[in-house]
Structure formats: C-alpha cells, structure tokens
Design a binder for this molecule. Structure first.
Ligand SMILES: Nc1ncnc2c1ncn2[C@@H]1O[C@H](COP(=O)(O)OP(=O)(O)O)[C@@H](O)[C@H]1O
Ligand SMILES: Nc1ccn([C@@H]2O[C@H](COP(=O)(O)OP(=O)(O)O)[C@@H](O)[C@H]2O)c(=O)n1
Length: 226
C-alpha cells in the first residue's frame, strides 16, 4: 500500500475550504476529505437521538455515549458529495443552520476530537488516489501536521459572510452572519486564524473562485516538487 500525499487545508467558516479543496482534488485527481462534515453529522445524530444541545446541564459524557452507535460514512470522491449516518443520507441535512448553530458544542469536546481525528487518518490512508486533500480547522496542526503541503485559506469576514449568504436559501441568508459567532467559539478550541510554522496562507478576498483554485494548486505543486 502506498501512502497518499496529504494536502492539508484549514481556515475559518466561509473561506472556501470545502469548495476550493474539492476543486483542487479534482484538478490533481486526488481524493477529498471534508472533516467538518463529521462534526456536523455527529451533531445531527445527537439531535436525532433526542439530546438538547442548548441545555447547559448536558454532560459531555452523554454526547460521548453516542459514539459507539454513530455509523459515519463519507465519500472521498470529489465528484460525489455523500454523507450517511446509519445508512441515512444526511448530505443536505447537515448543512442546515440548525446544525451549524450547535456544532461547536460537539466540536469542543476533546474526546470527540480524538475519536474523529483517528477516523480522519484512517480514511485518508485508505484512499486509492495518489493524494488526498483534507480540509477543516486543525488539519495543518493536529490531524496531519507532517503533511508536505499545508495551507491556511482565508478571506475577509465581510467576503466570507457574503459568500455564505449566497449559498443559503433566501429565508436563511440572514443566518450567514452566524458564522462569526461560530468562528469565535471554534477558535477557543483550535487556532485556525493564524498560520502555524510552515503553513502557507492563501487569502482569497480579492480572488475569484478559479483564481483561488489556481493559487492553491500552485502551492500544492511547489510542495510536491520541493
Ligand atoms: N474565491 C472565491 N470567490 C468567490 N466565491 C468563492 C470563492 N471561494 C469560495 N467561494 C464560494 O463561497 C461559498 C463558501 O465556500 P465553502 O467552500 O462552503 O467555504 P467553507 O467550506 O470554508 O465554509 C461557496 O459558495 C463557494 O463557492
Ligand atoms: N477540523 C475541523 C473541522 C470542523 N470543525 C467543527 O465543525 C464545524 C463545521 O465545520 P465546516 O467546515 O463544515 O464549517 P464551514 O466552515 O463549512 O461553515 C466547525 O464550526 C467546527 O466546530 C472542527 O472543529 N474541526
């Protein structure tokens, strides 16, 4: 078994991580791993299981109890967007604002992070392609700190809110600004706002989609050939 080349991409909400990383994976014929989908899918499962994630008395243990029954599967084909939990297709459901609003409660639990990080590494090392583009908040620092290519994808807050609003149904577009509060909560757990040593920053504020993909591909190619 050959070890795939890992391209690690982190960044705040709405910076373009999943869409850009997916396009880069396609361009390089690599696999693609959206790690945020796991936190979202566990949040979906917790709500489906009847947990009240707004309850201040809810214990971390009651969330950890769910893990043995959380049957999570994600496609790593950049052309197939599919996430299932226990065989149920949750691909669209996990993008709803009702999931985004609660996901930080789940993501702040250290034992949850350890569990999903082990899962991410297993998924990455099992891909058949020569490489895998993995994106999230702590891929460059915790999940794959030794990856040969590590990128922090950023964009101004204003641009990120506008891009997220464009993705949501009109009735939900106002909730795009919620990403600021989510970033604040998430940043208390992992630092994805500043580039760690050896991590290349790509700021897409002034770049359109294709220009951003080209900028990231250039960093990937430089990393592969260095
Ligand atoms: N450089 C860019 N220019 C214009 N739109 C972009 C750019 N990068 C990403 N987008 C768009 O912004 C939205 C948010 O991107 P997404 O990949 O969901 O971000 P993230 O995964 O970081 O939350 C998507 O609709 C995406 O197509
Ligand atoms: N590597 C990661 C990826 C996501 N997450 C958590 O999962 C949530 C959803 O991640 P996401 O990447 O789908 O979110 P967006 O940036 O796409 O809005 C984040 O708000 C974090 O709470 C994390 O903690 N670590």
């Amino acid at each position: 078994m050959t070890v795939p080349l890992i391209v690690a991409i982190d960044g705040p909400a709405g910076s373009g991580k999943s869409s850009i990383a997916r396009a880069v994976a396609r361009a390089k014929s690599f696999a693609f791993l959206d790690t945020g989908a796991a936190y979202r899918a566990l949040t979906w499962f917790a709500l489906e299981s009847g947990l009240d994630l707004t309850d201040p008395d809810l214990t971390d243990a009651s969330i950890l109890d769910l893990l043995p029954n959380w049957e999570y599967v994600i496609s790593t084909d950049p052309d197939v967007e599919l996430v299932t939990v226990g065989g149920v297709d949750v691909t669209l459901a996990i993008r709803e604002p009702g999931i985004s609003a609660h996901v930080s409660r789940i993501a702040r639990i250290p034992a949850v992070r350890t569990h999903v990080n082990d899962l991410f590494r297993a998924i990455m090392f099992a891909v058949e392609q020569p490489g895998v583009v993995a994106e999230g908040r702590d891929i460059t620092t915790v999940v794959a700190p030794d990856a040969p290519v590590r990128i922090l994808l950023t964009a101004s807050e204003e641009v990120r809110i506008a891009r997220r609003a464009g993705q949501l149904a009109p009735a939900a577009a106002a909730s795009a600004a919620d990403l600021v509060a989510r970033d604040r909560a998430d940043a208390q757990v992992v630092d994805f706002l500043t580039a760690a040593d050896g991590v290349t920053t790509v700021d897409s504020t002034e770049l359109d989609f294709d220009e951003t993909v080209a900028a990231v591909v250039a960093v990937v190619d430089a990393g592969i050939h260095s």
